[in-house]
Design a binder for this molecule. Structure first.
Ligand code: HEM
Length: 441
């Protein structure tokens, strides 16, 4: 029992772990996050066999403590599919905090930031333009045929779910005529993160990708170009390069880590502009430099990735609980982002908030200016490698969408909102669909 709490108080603040698996939680997890922060900052969840942390400072402390918390979640006898059983194959996400992780990360991390990222910006622009041309053409045709007197688009299927994966496949230097196959593989990989038939089909998709990649990897090892596959296969650290198996796993992971998250991020930004803050959307349309604030505040207020896992490496005491060695710990990033101890009016989406560090992320919690960073990309040793790329893609895509669609507005006044799968299925959140109406210039 919590120190100083009576049995009656305990009952009032009790949390049933099955709440994490309810449709209500998928639709709106934030009330439960608040109860966790207020009453169970360390929550022993016997039902799912884990502990949960929800306060900002506690999550930052775990991210920064490599000694006592490891990311090596996977055990041969455990429930997670890893190594050859993983839908991506062996990949960097499976390594803990050790040297092997550092080596693999350092060998490629600089490909996704700075000048190397800048070199890929033309691809990002090109893919955005191609998808938007299709949307504009369809709108013009519909109006010409009298089907509609304004343009309309379902953003998720026609834009967001297409855009980042096509950007990555171009960066990797894969043939453009295979792009549709790549989109199909990526969607099967993502579905394969689930179970049953989806998982089996995901493994098939992964094997098809691997067969497809093998000759390309070997060719680029022999004769490298400027593309990302060439850069990954030739990158060297301490005299060592990645082997073919590691490259295949890394490329498969890039499709999911880079594609699936960024597509949902763009959808979340647009959902909140259209439905939550149409007043601020007007200001953003008048000044596109504000998209960077829209992105950052989305990463705080309603990020795509709500949870990350760690495992204790020794016995740890937090608040009044003792976590044994090798305890799984779930970090509720999205709960920490709404922590009223850190952010004023945390349940308000506000692109002008002054307590959030806007703009490029660092890998730490508090910034020198005293503002706090969002937790949506994690922090510390495993901080998202694609953070700068995701930001660039989301901002370029949103700016170009605004230029192509005059006066964008929701097609339907009501929307079921942003939802996410249960704790057992990964925890990504995004709207399933997003219909937008617009004027054609
Ligand atoms: C808005 C989009 C994105 C979100 C929300 C996101 C979120 C995250 C988070 C929370 C982590 C931390 C994992 C941990 O602490 O265990 C992470 C790691 C990672 N992300 Fe992202 N990500 C995004 C985009 C991307 C992109 C575009 C790429 C690739 C180009 C990428 C590649 C990776 C990789 C490789 C890691 C593992 C890093 C490591 O273990 O050292 N992500 N991401």
């Amino acid at each position: 029992m919590k120190a100083g709490q009576t049995a009656a108080e305990r009952l009032k603040t009790a949390i049933d772990p099955r709440e994490f698996d309810t449709p209500e939680f998928r639709r709106d997890p934030f009330p439960l996050y608040k109860r966790l922060r207020d009453h169970r900052p360390i929550f022993r969840d016997g039902f799912h066999g884990r502990w949960a942390l929800s306060r900002y400072d506690d999550i930052v402390a775990v991210f920064q403590d490599n000694e006592r918390y490891d990311r090596a979640l996977y055990r041969p006898e455990g429930p997670y599919k890893f190594g050859e059983r993983s839908v991506f194959g062996p990949n960097i996400l499976e390594y803990g905090n050790g040297e092997r992780h550092r080596w693999m990360r350092n060998i490629v991390a600089d490909q996704f930031v700075g000048n190397r990222l800048q070199a890929f910006l033309p691809y990002i622009e090109m893919i955005a333009r191609e998808l938007l041309d299709k949307i504009s053409q369809k709108a013009a045709d519909d109006i010409a045929k009298g089907f509609s007197d304004s343009g309309e688009v379902e953003l998720v299927s026609e834009f967001t779910s297409q855009f980042p994966v096509r950007v990555i496949s171009n960066m990797l230097g894969l043939p453009r005529h295979d792009e549709d196959t790549f989109v199909d593989w990526y969607q099967r990989l993502i579905a394969g993160m689930g179970s049953g038939q989806y998982y089996v089909d995901g493994i098939h998709a992964r094997d098809e990708i691997w067969d497809y990649l093998e000759p390309i990897i070997e060719e680029r090892m022999e004769d490298p170009g400027e593309d990302l596959v060439s850069r990954i296969v030739t990158a060297e650290l301490n005299g060592k390069r990645m082997n073919v198996g590691e490259v295949k796993g890394f490329v498969a992971l890039l499709l999911a880590a880079g594609g699936d998250t960024t597509d949902k991020a763009i959808a979340n930004m647009w959902y909140h502009m259209l439905y939550t803050r149409p007043d601020q959307f007007d200001e953003v349309q008048a000044d596109h430099s504000l998209w960077t604030n829209v992105f950052t505040e989305m990463m705080r207020y309603d990020p795509v990735v709500h949870v990350q896992g760690r495992r204790t490496t020794c016995e740890i005491e937090i608040y009044d609980e003792v976590l044994p060695e090798r305890s799984p710990v779930t970090l509720y990033l999205a709960a920490g982002n709404r922590d009223e101890r850190v952010f004023k009016n945390p349940d308000t989406y506000d692109i002008f908030r002054e307590d959030l560090h806007m703009g490029r992320e660092l890998r730490s919690g508090r910034y020198p200016d005293g503002r706090a960073g969002h937790l949506g990309f994690g922090m510390g040793q495993h901080f998202c490698m694609g953070y700068a790329m995701a930001r660039q893609e989301a901002i370029i895509a949103s700016t170009r969408l605004c230029e192509a669609m005059k006066n964008p507005r929701p097609k339907f006044p009501n929307h079921e909102g942003i939802t996410g799968p249960s704790i057992n299925e990964g925890g990504f959140r995004a709207p399933r669909e997003l219909w937008v109406q617009f004027d054609v210039a």
